[in-house]
Ligand binder design. Sequence first.
Ligand code: NCD
Length: 301
Amino acid sequence: MRARRSLVDLSDLTVPEIYALFDRAEAFEAADPGRLLSGTSCVNLFFEQSTRTFTSFNLAELRLGANVVNLWPKDMSLATKGETIEDTAATLSAMGVNVVVVRHSKPGFPNLIMSAFEGHVINAGDGAHAHPTQGLLDLFTIRREFGRIEGLRVALIGDIVHSRVANSTVNGLLQLGAEVVLVGPEVLLPASYSRDGVEIERDFERMLPEVDVVILLRIQRERFNAETMSDADFIAGYQLNAARLPKLKPGAIVMHPGPYNRGMELDDAVTEFTGWRYARQVHNGVYVRMAVLDFLVNGAA
Ligand code: NCD
């Protein structure tokens, strides 16, 4: 195997590499690339629940002809028999596993695996830290829609503080030259999140006519500590709905990493809106993950 390369966050990729991944994903969608991962063994190690990301990685691996093993924590010695994650990683290495795709509630967990595993590690979400393939598929979806990312104005709405998707997508947008607006109440979006290229806006309706892309996020109540916020207050201030959709700039699109909660961050009018791109995102995600797997395992050529 070539020198191992892993993907923990988008900062592991250069801008030319991100664009090369987009080109590769487009080529894979246009024509079945065949069994580029024939003989490669992938283990999907999901400690947190997942529907989309888990299925998407599985399909990407299978479409490239990889061997795939899915492990859930209840099946693993480290959950019940006292084994450390580093020892589990060394075990998988010794068996000849080439790729580990991992999701865990602890930020930095993929790095523990990298320290003891000789193959490639792909972060499928670590706590509120990062979710790089979701970031890539969001960027890919935006680029396909507008033909570019540079100079676009992109807003992320709602639960920024608990969102690894927001972190990775914002990092990627900044790398590729977009302007980012974060929108939400103080409890979900502290003022300290403002930085170069990132504005903070508390007034959702004022922002709507000014952006090309609106990315909605789920309220992640399972990650709340002492924070308090009523659903009614959030809905009144920040729900995208039939009343607010007409305020969007013509041609603007609305995205969501999923899972979305009808009645909270959006209502039914949004999922019927012509600019709703959720299905495109999940569709694109399989090709983007195929591209990431091929890039890590087979190299840049
Ligand atoms: C989310 C995640 O788990 O990071 N979804 C995803 O992977 N597409 C976001 C969430 O749980 O709200």
